[in-house]
Design a protein around this ligand. Structure first.
Ligand code: PGA
Ligand code: ZN
Length: 424
C-alpha cells in the first residue's frame, strides 16, 4: 500500500509522428508507473473523445490542453490517494471530467493517467503488469491476429477493407504463432515485389495494398500462406477488419474500389461469398456502427461459422456489449483502452463479453508507441486474443516481443485457436 505523490504529464510522439499524452506517477515509496495514450484513425463515433488543441500546429493535434488539465486538475486530485485503488482512481477521473464522452479533460489524458496508476501499483508490488492484474488466476498467452496488408483509413483508402490479417490456428505457442506469421509476412513481401507492387507499408506496418480489388488482396494473402508452406484454413486462417463504418452509413455501403453502392443485404451477401471462398475465421465490424439490424442479420447468417467482432460497434462499452448480446449481434468484442477511457471501464467491457459467452480481443490502435501494456493486459486479463497490427515497425514489434518474454518467463499455456468464437 502506497500513496500517490506525484503525477506528471508530458507530450511525446506516436508512430505517425503526432503528439500524444504520457503520464508518469510516482508513489511515496518511489515506485513509478507510466501510461501513454494511443490514437485511432478509424474511430467509432461513441468512443471516449481525445482532447486536441486544434489550430494549425501539428494539424490541430497538439495535446497541450490535455496536459495542462492533468497538471491543473488531475494531479492535485490524485495526490495522497492509494495507488492500488484502481477503481477509485478511475471513478475520480470520470467524476473530475464530468462529461459522458470524457471530452472536457480528454479520454487521452484519462487513459494515460489510469494506465500510469496501474503500472505504478504493479511496480509497488514488484510484479510484472500481467501477473499483477492476473492475481491468483491461471492465465494464458493470447492468440495473435496479425496484419499482412493494411488498407482503409490506414492506407489512403487504397482498398476498402482495413485489415487483412492472419491467425496461426495450428500454433501451439505464442512464439510459434509469431514464427509462422513472420514467414507469411515475408512471403507476402516477395509476392508483392514479383508483381511489381512493392510500395512500402501502411500505418500499422502491413504491406501497402497495391491491389485493384479487395478480393485480389485476399487471393495474394492465401498465396502468401501457401508460399510460406502452410495450409490455408488448417494452419493459418484469415481475419478481416472491414471497418465498415468508414464507408457505410444509414444502411448504404460505398465500396470505392468496386465503385458500387450496396445496401445492407447486398453487403451481407458479399461478405458471405467471401466466407465461402476464403479461409476466413474472423470478421470485425462487417457492417457500420449504426447498422444494428445488419449486425444481427449477419450474425444469424455467419455466426456459427466465423468469429464476428464488434469494434466501432461496441467501442469497449460494457452496456453496448450487454445490449448486443441480448439481441444476438456479434459473438466477440474488440477491447481498446482508449475507447473506454479508463482501465476499470475497459475491464468492465471485457467482463461483459465473457459473461455473455463472447470472445475478447485486446487491441492496439493505428497510432501507437513503444508502450507494451496491452500485451500484459491481454495476458493477465486472460482475454484470449491480441491484435497489434502487422509484423514490422517497432511500435508493433515491441508488443510481439514482449509476448515472447512473458511466455518464456512464466510456465503458462497458450490460448490457441480454441478461443475463436463461433458461438451463435
Ligand atoms: P484505428 O483502427 O486504431 O485506426 O481506429 C484500428 C481498428 O479499427 O481496429
Ligand atoms: Zn477495427
Amino acid at each position: 500500500m502506497s500513496r500517490i505523490e506525484e503525477v506528471r504529464a508530458r507530450r511525446i510522439w506516436d508512430s505517425r509522428g503526432r503528439p500524444t499524452v504520457e503520464v508518469e506517477i510516482v508513489t511515496e515509496t518511489g515506485a513509478r508507473g507510466r501510461g501513454i495514450a494511443p490514437a485511432g484513425a478509424s474511430r467509432g463515433s461513441r468512443e471516449a473523445m481525445e482532447l486536441r488543441d486544434g489550430g494549425t500546429a501539428f494539424d490541430g493535434k497538439d495535446v497541450k490542453t490535455a496536459i495542462a488539465g492533468i497538471a491543473r486538475e488531475i494531479a492535485p486530485a490524485l495526490r495522497g490517494h492509494e495507488v492500488a485503488e484502481q477503481a477509485m482512481i478511475d471513478a475520480m477521473l470520470i467524476a473530475l471530467d464530468g462529461t459522458p464522452d470524457k471530452s472536457r479533460l480528454g479520454g487521452n489524458a484519462l487513459i494515460a493517467t489510469s494506465l500510469a496508476a496501474l503500472h505504478a501499483a504493479a511496480s509497488e508490488r514488484g510484479l510484472p503488469l500481467w501477473r499483477y492484474v492476473a492475481g491468483d488466476e491461471q492465465v494464458t498467452l493470447p492468440l495473435p491476429q496479425i496484419q499482412i496488408f493494411g488498407g482503409g483509413a490506414h492506407a489512403e483508402r487504397r482498398v476498402d477493407v482495413q485489415d487483412f490479417m492472419v491467425i496461426a490456428t495450428s500454433a501451439t505457442s505464442f512464439a510459434q504463432a509469431l514464427e509462422m506469421t513472420a514467414e507469411v509476412y515475408r512471403h507476402a513481401g516477395v509476392l508483392m515485389r514479383k508483381r511489381g507492387a512493392a510500395q512500402g507499408v501502411a500505418d500499422e506496418g502491413g504491406w501497402w495494398p497495391a491491389f485493384s480489388s479487395n478480393e485480389e488482396a485476399m487471393d495474394v494473402l492465401v498465396a502468401s500462406i501457401e508460399a510460406a508452406g502452410f495450409v490455408p484454413g488448417t494452419d493459418m486462417g484469415i481475419a478481416l477488419d472491414i471497418a465498415a463504418s468508414e464507408f457505410g452509413k444509414g444502411g448504404q455501403y460505398t465500396l470505392g474500389l468496386d465503385n458500387v453502392r450496396l445496401d445492407t443485404d447486398a453487403m451481407i451477401e458479399k461478405l458471405l461469398r467471401w466466407i465461402a471462398r476464403y479461409p476466413i475465421v474472423s470478421i470485425e465490424d462487417p457492417l457500420s456502427e449504426d447498422d444494428e439490424a445488419g449486425m444481427i442479420a449477419f450474425t444469424r447468417a455467419a455466426g456459427s461459422k466465423v468469429q464476428i467482432v464488434g469494434d466501432d460497434f461496441f467501442v469497449t462499452r460494457a452496456a453496448f456489449i450487454e445490449d448486443a448480446a441480448a439481441k444476438g449481434a456479434c459473438n466477440a468484442a474488440l477491447i481498446k483502452l482508449n475507447q473506454a477511457g479508463t482501465v476499470t471501464e475497459t475491464l468492465a467491457a471485457l467482463r461483459a463479453a465473457r459473461r455473455n459467452g463472447y470472445a475478447s480481443i485486446v487491441s492496439a490502435r493505428s497510432g501507437e508507441t513503444e508502450d507494451v501494456s496491452i500485451v500484459h493486459l491481454a495476458t493477465g486479463w486472460n482475454a484470449g486474443q491480441l491484435k497489434v497490427g502487422s509484423f514490422s515497425r517497432s511500435e508493433r514489434m515491441a508488443k510481439w516481443n514482449e509476448g515472447v518474454r512473458i511466455e518464456e518467463g512464466g510456465a503458462m499455456g497458450f490460448a490457441g485457436a480454441a478461443v475463436l468464437s463461433r458461438s451463435r
